[in-house]
Design a protein around this ligand. Structure first.
Ligand SMILES: [Fe+2]
Length: 249
């Protein structure tokens, strides 16, 4: 289904522009309309490609970041540019044809950018749950213990059919914690705060674990960045994807 917020936003912005034939004081051209678009780029990893070994191999991290994530960024920018080009020509069919690509690649970019920050070298103090004292209290209040939360989260991750993501989120409004699974590259866009995400696409583990998905999940607990989780839980992190999340939601 097409993302209504993005469609409505573009129509609200574009139709008045199309009606008067200009962007600001300038005549409409693809170049000056496209110049209004943000350009997304691949974020650098906060650690080296081999820093998560042995839980996640250097080969996986290299391909996952430099090829898979880069492809989402490249394809997102291309789809946004093509959609605006279509709008400036009044081609609403051409514009609509880009919506699924914007939603898929925009979600892929958001999910991976959040995921890299959720990981930490196993030797780092960030990889200890002690780095998330307030979150630990909330996890224990919700699940009884950290171990019980990890057990339920692991079950949810292994229950994902096909490609997708598992998330620990803090619900908007209630502030309660809950586990969420999303298919493909759907992103957490409903106002909830993503605290901890795990990529369950085969490209995240297959080169190292083959069909041993359970071993991948078991080992990823050794490289979780609990400092990041804590900062997201207490609201200390800026949602740099707020605009993108809103247009694909
Ligand atoms: Fe991935």
């Amino acid at each position: 289904m097409a993302p209504p917020m993005f469609r409505e936003l573009c129509l609200l912005l574009a139709l008045p522009i199309l009606a008067r034939g200009q962007v600001g004081d300038l005549p409409i051209t693809t170049s000056n309309a496209t110049a209004l678009l943000p350009t997304f780029s691949l974020p650098e990893l906060p650690y080296s490609y081999d820093a998560l070994e042995p839980s996640i191999s250097k080969e996986i991290m290299t391909l996952h970041h430099s090829k898979h994530h880069q492809a989402y960024v490249t394809n997102l920018n291309a789809a946004l540019s093509t959609s605006i080009d279509s709008l400036t020509r009044g081609d609403l069919v051409g514009y609509s044809s880009q919506l699924s690509a914007i939603r898929f690649n925009g979600g892929g970019h958001i999910n991976h950018a959040l995921f890299w920050q959720n990981l930490s070298p196993p030797s780092s103090s960030d990889s200890s749950p002690d780095a998330a004292p307030k979150l630990q209290v909330a996890l224990e209040a919700t699940w009884g213990s950290l171990e019980d939360f990890q057990k339920d989260f692991t079950t949810a991750l292994l229950g994902i059919q096909g490609s997708g993501w598992g998330w620990l989120v803090r619900e908007k409004g209630t502030g309660l914690l809950r586990i969420l699974t999303l298919a493909n590259q759907e992103a957490v866009v409903q106002g909830d705060t993503p605290i901890l995400g795990v990529d369950m696409w085969e490209h995240a583990y297959y080169l190292q674990y083959l069909n041993g998905k359970a071993a991948y999940v078991q080992n990823i607990w050794k490289v979780i960045n609990w400092t990041t989780c804590e900062a997201r839980y207490v609201g200390e992190t800026e949602d740099v994807f707020a605009d993108l999340r809103s247009v694909i939601g």
